[in-house]
Design a protein around this ligand. Structure first.
Ligand SMILES: [Zn+2]
Length: 306
C-alpha cells in the first residue's frame, strides 16, 4: 500500500492536472466502489445514482489529503473521498488520448489500453478523462453532497495527527505512546506496530516506520511504553525529516506503486534498512537483521538500534 509520501505526490499530480475542469459525465461500472462508508462496502445503486447526479456539471476546485485518503473538493461544497487500498489507481488522460499519466498501483493494461476491464469509474472532464482503476476492488471513491454530511460520518475519527502538522509535537508523541497501552487493547504495544496503526500519527507504513526507527536508533520491537522522552524526541525528529525528504524526491520506488507522471520515486535510493536484510549497516558495518512486527517484515540493526 502506498504510504504518505506516495499519496501526497499523487495528490500534487492530480491537482496539477484536474483543477478547474468540469465533470461532463461519470460512468460507474461497479457500484460497490462508491457504496457504503469507510471499509464497509454494501452495494447500493442509490449511492451510485446520487454520485452521478451530484457530480456531473461540477468542477474540481481542490485536491487535499488526510492520512492516505484523497479528498476532492467540488463546486457547490460537494466532496469526493478516495482511498486506493491494495490495488487502486488513478489515470488522467489528456483529450488527445495520449500522455496517459498514472498514479497508484501499476496495472499493466493502463499503459496501453484505456478504459480497460479494471476501469470501474470514468470521469469525462472538459480537457481529458480521469479513470479510477482497481483490480481487486478494495478501494473506494465516495460522494458527499456537503461538508456536514461528510463530517457526520466521522470518516477520519480513527486517525491520529498528520506528521507534518503543528499538532505533531514531541510532547504529544510522548504522551500518546505512554497512553497507548490502555487504549489499544489486543495490540502488541511494540513501537513499530503503534507507528503503523495510524492512531497516533498517520501516513507511516512498513518503509517509513523502519527507516524512522533506524534513524532514531530504536529497535522496532521495543515496547512503546519503555521508550524514554529523549528517544521519543529523536524518533519524532526522524519521522518528520524522512517524510519531508521522501515527499520532496517523489516517494519510494516500490514495485507496486507508481507516481502520476509515470516515473518511479527516488526515495528508495535513500533507504537505509527497508529491503536490506543481510546487508551491512551504513553506520556500524555489521549485518542488518530481520524480524516480524505486527505481521510485517521488519529490518533493523541490532547493534545501532536499542
Ligand atoms: Zn548498525
Amino acid at each position: 500500500m502506498p504510504e504518505l509520501p506516495e499519496v501526497e505526490n499523487l495528490r500534487m499530480g492530480l491537482a496539477k492536472n484536474i483543477l478547474n475542469q468540469k465533470i461532463l459525465s461519470v460512468e460507474i461500472g461497479k457500484p460497490k466502489l462508491v457504496s457504503g462508508k469507510g471499509t464497509l462496502r454494501k452495494i447500493s445503486t442509490k449511492k451510485k445514482t446520487q454520485f452521478i447526479k451530484g457530480v456531473v456539471g461540477e468542477k474540481f476546485i481542490g485536491v487535499e489529503r488526510r492520512a492516505k485518503n484523497l479528498i476532492f473538493k467540488l463546486t457547490h461544497g460537494k466532496i469526493l473521498i478516495a482511498h486506493l487500498k491494495m490495488s487502486g489507481q488513478f489515470v488522467y488522460q489528456k483529450k488527445n488520448g495520449q500522455n496517459a499519466i498514472i498514479g497508484g498501483h501499476p496495472i499493466e493494461l493502463s499503459e496501453t489500453k484505456l478504459p480497460n476491464k479494471h476501469s470501474h469509474i470514468i470521469f469525462k472532464l472538459s480537457n481529458g478523462v480521469l479513470y479510477y482503476n482497481d483490480t481487486r476492488m478494495f478501494g473506494y471513491v465516495l460522494y458527499y453532497s456537503d461538508l456536514k454530511t461528510f463530517e457526520a460520518e466521522n470518516h477520519f475519527a480513527m486517525y491520529g495527527v498528520e506528521p507534518l502538522s503543528k499538532e505533531f509535537t514531541p510532547k504529544y508523541f510522548f504522551e500518546s505512546l505512554k497512553n497507548k497501552k490502555g487504549r489499544a487493547k489486543g495490540r502488541t504495544g511494540k513501537i513499530k506496530a503503534l507507528l503503523m496503526d495510524q492512531k497516533i500519527v498517520t501516513g507511516l507504513g512498513n518503509i517509513y516506520a523502519d527507516e524512522s526507527l533506524f534513524e532514531a536508533k530504536i529497535r522496532p520491537d521495543r515496547q512503546a511504553m519503555s521508550i524514554s522522552s529523549k528517544e521519543t524526541t529523536r524518533l519524532h525528529k526522524a519521522i518528520i525529516r524522512i517524510i519531508k525528504r521522501a515527499i520532496k524526491v517523489g516517494g519510494s520506488s516500490v514495485a507496486t506503486y507508481r507516481l502520476l507522471d509515470n516515473t518511479r520515486g527516488n526515495y528508495a535510493r535513500e533507504h537505509k534498512v527497508y529491503g536490506k536484510d543481510g546487508e551491512k549497516c551504513q553506520n556500524c558495518k555489521k549485518p542488518l537483521t530481520k524480524t516480524i512486527v505486527a505481521g510485517r517484515t521488519t529490518i533493523f540493526c541490532p547493534s545501532c538500534q536499542r
